[in-house]
Design a protein. Structure first.
Length: 438
């Protein structure tokens, strides 16, 4: 199947995109590691560390977890989730609150952990609303976003008093038809480029999301005339955003809109700034939430209800995908075929995303550039190209790092492969939080 697809121009382009970008990054990495410029510690996050030659997550050897639960398996650190969420909450202080984007990782145990910290939920379907409610999130802390909500989903949310962010004039009309008097948000497309991958940029006029900012005053008026209470301006400009500038621009545009709506007699009391805080997948730092705090304190009028909808920032670092080496093939390239595939973690194939890959047990040998590939019948099923590591043996384990967000939640059963089990490490103990299954 992969072969025939490979012949199409699109597939060819996707392969080049998928390989060129990570390849380049990895080439730099090979050089830096081979020349000893890059200390090993900088590649670790706080939870993932080598002890001797064994890779530990929260001080537990990943090899023993793989032995107990099998591979491939997603393993999460509860303390990482708590730390990331606490950092955001501390930065926002009393000026704003959080709605966790359930799409990033909807495991019920992880959801319950996040909600137990007082964080609400950002949802995009009836299924996600049910997941959030089921994991203990109160209905009044749930927001329902998304460009294509069905009428059935809208009435499901309205019946439970869940706040809806409408994304078009026609959706506003549908909500008004179902429930006059409902308080709603209107998602604005502020025309801000978040400078991230094109598939996760959502705030420019080329993107399908929200109502263009120039059309927003009419949309608010329409909502009001239809009997709704449009009291919140919302936006989400993209994901994996690493600089403050796009948020600064979006906030300025939203506040300008708010002033003009207030001038027209439409009171706006809420501001939903979406998610998007980026994390460091290799080198450098996570998005500097502390800088955002300064901006918010300076610009957001007192008394406004402000919230963000982070997903990746909270759970991204927490997850590690542990996979086993099935076979090696050494010809023009060195392929290391592992038991996890693009159906288990699609980010590298879909977004050309880079995830660091580490041996679970270090071998004392010269590093050689390896391509880490999965078993799925697509050439895009490649997790990394040219990464330097001592050639793993058959049966060795590899850890694909920072896979807590958009890992399991984007997985599929493509090629008839079962969905993976998930394990959570909490208080030094591993627990199965999802069984492997089809
Ligand atoms: C409306 C909305 N809010 C929040 C998020 C979460 O984004 P992130 O995981 O980058 O924080 C998304 C992601 O697509 C989204 O569409």
């Amino acid at each position: 199947m992969g072969r025939s697809l490979d012949r199409t121009g699109h597939e060819h382009m996707m392969r080049r995109l998928a390989w060129v970008q990570p390849g380049r990054a990895n080439h730099r990495l090979v050089q830096r590691q081979m020349h000893g410029i890059m200390p090993e510690r900088t590649k670790m996050n706080n939870d993932l560390m080598y002890q001797g030659s064994d890779l530990m997550l929260d001080r537990l050897p990943l090899a023993s977890i793989a032995r107990e639960y099998g591979t491939p398996v997603y393993v999460y650190s509860a303390s990482s989730i708590r730390r990331q969420a606490a950092r955001l909450m501390q930065s926002l202080g009393t000026i704003g609150s959080l709605r966790y984007a359930v799409k990033a990782n909807a495991n019920p145990v992880l959801l319950a952990l996040v909600f137990s910290m007082g964080i609400g939920a950002d949802t995009v379907s009836r299924g996600e609303i049910q997941d959030a409610l089921g994991a203990g999130c109160p209905a009044d802390r749930i927001v329902f976003s998304g460009v294509g909500k069905t009428h059935e989903e809208l009435s499901f949310a309205l019946d439970r008093g869940i706040f809806i962010n409408a994304e078009s004039e026609e959706e506003l009309a549908a909500i008004a038809h179902l429930r006059t008097g409902a308080h709603v948000g209107v998602r604005i497309n502020p025309g801000v480029d978040a400078h991230t991958h094109q598939y996760i940029t959502t705030g420019t006029e080329q993107d399908k999301f929200g109502i263009p900012i120039d059309a927003a005053p009419d949309a608010f008026r329409l909502a009001l005339d239809a009997g709704l209470v449009p009291d919140t301006i919302s936006c989400h400009i993209g994901s994996q955003i690493t600089s403050l500038e796009p948020y600064r621009k979006a906030l300025a545009r939203l506040l300008e809109l708010r002033d003009s709506l207030m001038g027209d007699g439409i009171p706006v009391s809420g501001l939903d700034m979406g998610g998007g805080f980026g994390i460091n997948y290799e080198e450098g730092a996570d998005f500097a939430v502390e800088d955002l705090q300064v901006l918010l304190h300076r610009d957001v009028p007192r008394g406004m209800k402000l919230w963000f909808e982070p997903g990746r920032y909270i759970v991204g670092h927490a997850g590690t995908l542990v996979t086993r080496v099935l076979y090696r093939k050494r010809y023009a390239r060195t392929f290391v075929v592992v038991d996890a595939g693009m159906n288990d973690l699609i980010r590298p194939a879909l977004y050309q995303a880079h995830h660091a890959i580490l041996p679970v047990t270090r071998r004392d040998a010269e590093p050689t550039p390896c391509d880490i590939v999965g078993p799925v019948c697509e050439s895009a099923d490649c997790f990394a190209q040219d990464i330097p590591m001592p050639l793993p043996e058959q049966g060795d384990l590899l850890a694909i790092r920072d896979t807590g967000a958009y890992g399991w939640s984007m997985s599929s059963t493509y090629n008839g492969r079962p969905l993976l089990s998930e394990v959570l490490i909490e208080d030094g103990k591993p627990a199965l939080i999802r069984e492997r299954g089809l």
